[in-house]
Design a binder for this molecule. Structure first.
Ligand code: SF4
Length: 527
């Protein structure tokens, strides 16, 4: 947060756009919860909100929870927007609404940083991370809050060290209405997978906060009402293994001090399986889920996309190792790679059966700017800019075949019987390997009431009104008989979203690539 009195006083409206439906938004689970309305608090915009001068007034609105109103725009002197490619249409819409009030609109975040050309109507483009561009934006708005004559592009040359980042302004967000909490320890990744824009955008030498910053942020998240799980949004939690080892004892101590009120999840490369010393500490800190970009079980494909590090340990062995440390694996999968063959879909379904991974985010390959894949396909004249397609890649296999394979894989992998059987496996083989802290939260009346509300919703909406009742009750009765109420709730929350999302996907109602430019209506209506 900048100094008081230096910059006058401004009123800034920070608006986070709605998501279109995807694996990771979990919107089909919200009606089963006790009031969840959005996925995760957006780190970037909340950090910017905290970085603004201390005496500036800031309002934060997540349009996944409620739409910014005329009153909000009338109150503001400037509007800040941030988001990913998938939110492009919604970001442009916020800009249009703000301009109706003649407000200057600034856009930052990953999408504009990779593709400034996508946003011609914004007044200020903030390209890159928090740093000198942010200071310049603040200084310009302090001097003059009217709209500039023409678009101003501010590019960060000098990034702010992460150990100087302010604690995100969680107090401005309605934290208890989020499915998960979010937190960030590092940025960047040392690898260079061909399709990934992280090294190009955030560098190969991960930058870090301090462990003390993280425990302070966790304290603040708790104060603001978070419960359940917190996701480390780091691009690769073990991008700097030494730093991960330094952080973990602090997390363990924090968990002991607060009574294990939260469980953690993160993203990391699969070669974490070679590091039992890290996994043991993650277990102790109560990491319950780990997202690994497995991408494909085909070794030739992994080599071709420069993801050889996934083969440092045989993939099935690596998954088993993570399960043995109590962590359920979530896997990213890509279809449409150059090495794909007509039988790739079948191999993927075999892999899902063998690995017993419940949640796999299966996406079509999309070439993102600032990636080696983009450069190669451009050279090969294989980039197709067509907003009616699910991918901008000219696949080696026929386009219709690739999209049909994706739809069939979605339909088959998320049949209720198959999906709940995979959860059954996790409940018997993975979850018992977790530490089993009896938390203060678990025995509080608030927690019990929360659990009862979710159970009531699940029984009514899935067990009575749902259309996979028989499969549900077979799974649910086993949980009830064994006293596994928590597993029943957590599995059905995720499973119900996946079943519903996959049905809509296999009917062609959602994009086959998370990054696709194909414009779908945002499915989460703001009120
Ligand atoms: S390991 Fe993950 S974050 Fe790192 S370059 Fe590869 S895909 Fe990107």
């Amino acid at each position: 947060m900048r100094g008081v009195g230096q910059y006058g006083i401004r009123r800034v409206l920070c608006v986070f756009p709605r998501y279109t439906s995807s694996f990771g938004t979990f919107e089909y689970a919200y009606p089963l919860t006790a009031g969840v309305q959005a996925f995760m608090p957006p780190q970037g915009l909340l950090v910017i909100a905290a970085y603004l001068p201390a005496d500036w007034k800031v309002r934060f609105i997540d349009e996944n929870i409620r739409a910014a109103t005329d009153e909000d725009f009338a109150w503001a002197e400037a509007v800040f927007v941030s988001g990913m490619h998938i939110q492009r249409q919604q970001m442009n819409d916020i800009c249009r609404r703000a301009h109706a009030f003649d407000l200057p609109v600034a856009i930052g975040g990953p999408s504009v940083s990779a593709c400034p050309d996508y946003y011609p109507s914004f007044d200020y483009l903030h390209v890159g991370e928090l740093g000198d561009a942010t200071d310049e934006l603040i200084a310009r708005l302090a001097r003059d809050p009217s709209r500039p004559q023409q678009q101003v592009v501010l590019t960060t040359a000098d990034r702010l060290d992460m150990d100087k980042f302010p604690i995100p302004a969680y107090e401005l967000a309605d934290i208890s209405h989020y499915f998960l909490g979010s937190i960030q320890y590092s940025s960047g990744c040392p690898y260079q997978c061909e399709f990934c824009d992280i090294p190009g955008l955030y560098g190969r030498n991960p930058r870090l906060k301090t462990p003390e910053q993280i425990t302070r942020e966790l304290d603040k998240l708790l104060e603001c009402g978070i419960s359940g799980s917190v996701y480390f949004v780091d691009d690769n939690f073990i991008g700097n293994r030494k730093a991960a080892l330094e952080l973990l004892p602090h997390l363990i101590e924090w968990q002991k001090k607060t009574g294990y009120v939260l469980r953690f999840s993160c993203e990391a490369t699969l070669n974490i399986a070679k590091r039992p010393e890290i996994l043991e500490k993650m277990r102790e800190a109560f990491f319950a889920t780990i997202f690994c970009g497995i991408e494909t079980p085909d070794p030739d494909a992994l080599k071709a996309i420069h993801k050889d590090h996934n083969m440092m340990v045989p993939i099935m062995d690596a998954i088993k190792t993570l399960n043995d440390f109590g962590m359920e694996v979530v896997s990213g999968i890509i279809l449409g790679l150059d090495t794909d063959k007509p039988e790739t879909g079948k191999h993927l379904l075999d892999f899902i059966d063998q690995s017993q991974i419940p949640l796999l985010t299966i996406n079509l390959l999309q070439a993102l700017p600032k990636t080696p894949l983009w450069d190669r396909l451009k050279r090969e004249n294989r980039l197709i800019e067509d907003e009616d397609r699910d991918s901008n890649v000219d696949f080696r296999l026929p386009y219709d075949h690739v999209v049909t394979t994706w739809r069939n894989c979605m339909g088959s992998a998320y049949e209720p019987e198959k999906l709940l059987a995979r959860f059954e496996y996790q409940i018997s083989k993975t979850y018992p390997n977790r530490i089993q802290p009896r938390t203060r939260q678990q025995i509080s009346w608030r927690y019990i009431k929360l659990g009862l509300t979710m159970l009531r919703n699940i029984f009514w909406k899935v067990g009575v009104r749902g259309d996979y009742k028989r499969t549900f009750w077979k799974f649910a009765l086993r949980r009830l008989m064994r006293g596994e109420i928590e597993y029943l709730i957590s599995s059905i929350m995720v499973a119900h979203h996946l079943i519903m999302f996959a049905r809509s996907a296999s009917r062609g109602k959602t994009n086959a690539s998370y990054y696709s430019l194909k414009l779908q209506q945002a499915s989460v209506p703001a009120e």
